[in-house]
Design a protein around this ligand. Structure first.
Ligand SMILES: Nc1ncnc2c1ncn2[C@@H]1O[C@H](COP(=O)(O)OP(=O)(O)O)[C@@H](O)[C@H]1O
Ligand SMILES: [Mg+2]
Length: 371
């Protein structure tokens, strides 16, 4: 039993609301003690997945195991999990300690034990000094700490967190990210953490499940989802990418404007002659003021915009097919101005090739909207 305590398994889980499929044959395995994030755009099924783990919703198909046990029909309070929501839902008329103690009182845990466990939970989230405060006498970040303490006091093996930092401003959110991550590694309990913020997921997680339309598109660590995106959607959602649509040449893509993207990747993802996407990250697009004289991996264009971001410069290059984004270190970069003629070029090792299935999804936004 100890080997699986804190594990979570979802197998072919589907959840419908009327004709709406919110979660679509989702498969996911979370290891004991792991910090796993569910990351994806709004409406992709993150909250619904979490609510099924918590027991607030039941799957229509498939099954869920928590700590090795099937949880079909097991009510929320009997599961080895606790949930922290974005809106902390503290009782306004109760003090911090009373809020944290509430669940144990309901379960008739002996009074002598309650006091000790409340003190321990408040200590974990560094809120011991504010034990007598009311929620409205505290900041958003402090209230969210209390919500975490209230969940931890039950000593669950798995903590479910649904965008717990979503309501906090940026600086506080970054502080809380560090603290929550530290707390998780100290306690060694499993965190299933929902967020739509890729940086938050990348910074905190052991692994990230990137979700789209109710299923997991890729499950891997931060480095892998960035370096080896499993689909065009992941390549566009994690970090940024420039995409071109064309036809596979086997180890590359010929775009409709004639540009040839040659990839040095040993993987041949799309059969020759099939519709394909080429993708290149903005930081891999180099700019040259003279024609590099190559027939592949180069596009001529004109500078349409320049933005300064501290130590990086962002150029928008207008080319025949579309706008291309290039991000270059300021140090040593050419100083280019709108109207200048340039050649975008890149290494074959930086060219990703994907099937064209998700072309509409990843190419919907014109590049200029990113500025
Ligand atoms: N109770 C509900 N009734 C009807 N549709 C719902 C309900 N809950 C969620 N949905 C729909 O299911 C989809 C997934 O929602 P949700 O899990 O909340 O996504 P996320 O948390 O990733 O934003 C959305 O299209 C949403 O509108
Ligand atoms: Mg949600």
């Amino acid at each position: 039993m100890s080997g699986v305590r804190g594990s979570v398994e979802l197998v072919d889980v589907t959840k419908r609301f009327g004709s709406m499929v919110a979660v679509d044959r989702l498969n996911l395995e979370v290891h004991p003690g792991e910090f796993l994030s569910l990351l994806g755009p709004s409406g992709c099924g993150k909250t619904t997945t979490l609510r099924m783990l918590a027991g607030f919703d039941q799957p229509d198909e498939g099954y869920i195991k928590i700590s090795g046990e099937f949880v079909q029909g097991v009510p929320p309070y009997k599961r080895d999990v606790n949930t922290v929501f974005q809106h902390y839902a503290l009782f306004p008329h109760m003090s911090v300690s009373e809020n944290v103690a509430y669940g144990m009182r309901q379960k008739r845990v002996p009074k002598s034990e309650i006091a000790g466990r409340v003190a321990e939970a408040l200590d974990m989230v560094k809120m011991s000094k504010l034990a007598d405060r009311r929620p409205k006498q505290m900041s958003g970040g402090q209230q969210q700490r209390v919500a975490v303490a209230r969940a931890l006091v039950n000593r669950p093996s798995v903590l479910l967190l649904d965008e717990p930092l979503g309501a906090l401003d940026r600086k506080l959110r970054e502080e809380m990210q560090i603290e929550l991550k530290l707390l998780q590694s100290q306690l060694g309990i499993t965190f299933v953490f929902v967020t739509h913020d890729q940086e938050e997921a990348m910074g905190m997680s052991d692994r990230i499940a990137i979700m789209l339309d109710g299923h997991v598109e890729q499950l891997a660590d931060s480095e892998s989802v960035y370096e080896r995106p499993a689909s065009a959607f992941v390549a566009g959602f994690i970090g940024r990418n420039n995409f071109w649509k064309g036809t596979s040449t086997g180890h590359g893509v010929q775009a409709s404007d004639g540009t040839v993207f040659v990839s040095s990747s040993p993987e041949e993802r799309v059969a020759q002659g099939q519709p394909a996407l080429a993708a290149i990250r903005p930081e891999c697009i180099h700019l040259s003021a003279t024609d590099p004289g190559s027939t592949t991996n180069v596009i001529p264009g004109t500078i349409a915009g320049v933005s300064h971001y501290g130590d990086v410069l962002q150029y928008v290059v207008r080319t025949a097919e579309r706008d291309v984004i290039s991000l270059l270190p300021r140090q040593g970069a050419l100083r280019l101005a709108p109207g200048d003629q340039v050649w975008c070029h890149w290494e074959a090792s930086e060219v990703y090739q994907f099937s064209a299935d998700q072309a509409d999804l990843v190419m919907a936004e014109p590049a200029l909207e990113h500025i």
